[in-house]
Design a protein around this ligand. Sequence first.
Ligand code: GLN
Length: 538
Amino acid sequence: MKYVVVSGGVLSGLGKGVTASSIGVLLKSAGLRVTAVKIDPYLNSDAGTMSPFEHGEVFVLDDGGEADLDLGNYERFCDLNLYRDNNITTGKIYSQVIEAERRGDYLGKTVQVIPHITNAVQDWIERIAAVPADGKEGSPDACVIELGGTVGDIESAPFIEALRQFQFRVGRENIYFVHVSLVPVMGPVGEQKTKPTQHTVKELRGLGITPDVLVCRAEAPLARETREKLAQFCHVSPDAVMSAHDVSNIYRVPLLLKEQGMCEALGIDCEVTDLMTRWEKMADRVDNLGDDVRIAMVGKYTGLTDSYLSVIKSLQHASYTVERTLQIDWIEASNLEDASHSDWEILRAANGILVPGGFGDRGIEGKILAANYARTNSVPYLGICLGLQIATIEFCRNVLGLENANSTEFDENTPHPAVVFMPEISKTHLGGTMRLGSRPTIFQVDDCMMRRLYGGDAEVDERHRHRYEVNPDLISNIEAAGLNFVGKDETGLRCEIFELEGHPYYVGVQYHPEFKSRPERPSPPFLGLLKAATGQSI
Ligand code: GLN
């Protein structure tokens, strides 16, 4: 097993995740079967209870794991399906060690960070690295490990120590350390400054890890002198100082690293498969898309686009297939509650409307107004999870005439509960208790738009994350009025997909299709939205 550890210094948000994923692509292009691990040094057990406002979206895995959004990057770049254990957190490691201590596993010993926590981290990495994530049998050949946070944080110290020891466990020749840093530009002559990188490498080396490769984020390519200076001061070969400067699109990053010798630095031959040629084509295509297509995203966390990262990626993937330039217009849902707000102009100018998943009652009425606008004006609409629920509420209120119909999530005493709490869900614990992960949806009809988009399959698996569902008692009335639940769960009772009769594309899905979209395989509901928004037939 070849391990590549990606750490980061100077500041967060440098694109460590994209670097780690790009390295995964290079390893794959060398014919290696790849998996990935993200280490998040926070104390939460998982990202499930964290606000997308603060931390970006919660990425849901097939097995129901609620993880950091970087797992989404790995899945999309390397075409993997990861497991909850591919995301290690301080919370998970400590719970495991404390539980073992209570069982008596360490009887007689004082339980300490070194060796107990650091051993638990290493055991975990070795165990999960052997689990295939590419749908094939047998152990992967390579594992990319991304260490979250910035080197020097108190929280990440035990993980760095575990990784320092790990190089002896697996052999120094089987592990590569890649450190991502920042090279800022200062002064009127635009000098590239190396000192922040010098400091972070010094810190890393002080903790016992010598980086093999430096990836330097910069606006412009690194100058030769900058590269040489970094090599000299950071104890890294000049060939292993890579410039990760701004490029026209994200698919260029693996190509950029390859051009600069990342494959040689990792001791691999990146020409074994045709993967890099495919990435090159994709990168060129993305730079040469046609006219704009405008999608209005009516959401709540519109201040931090990372809150909807996978939805954005899925829209992009679909836009590559229809060969249009995607423009996303962010609309803060609550603004639509004011009929004269300028966001209404933006909504009216859009070619399609998307209401993504969400929790809590803020902006709900605005989202309902957006769904109403799309329904009554034949504007293509995709409602995801909450977006399906609010569209159902809108339909109950305005088509069935059920006044004040609502979800019991927003109004416990609504006279017409259109959306209700699912019976099996815990009311006492919020962490990890939703209806989570991959579940089947069975088409109820032989032919409908969504079934065609999914290639005609009778059954599809998508990932879920919700506590509420469309009230099964109302389904027959809603269907009689033209909103058809064309996909249901395996019991035939729970609504998964709706389509509106006579509308070009008015679709709701209870699941989150955004988690399984891939650059070369766009998610069908998103592709449908973009096709409808660009006037193509489905
Ligand atoms: N809040 C809704 C529920 O729990 C929708 C969840 C979501 O959109 N992910 O069912």
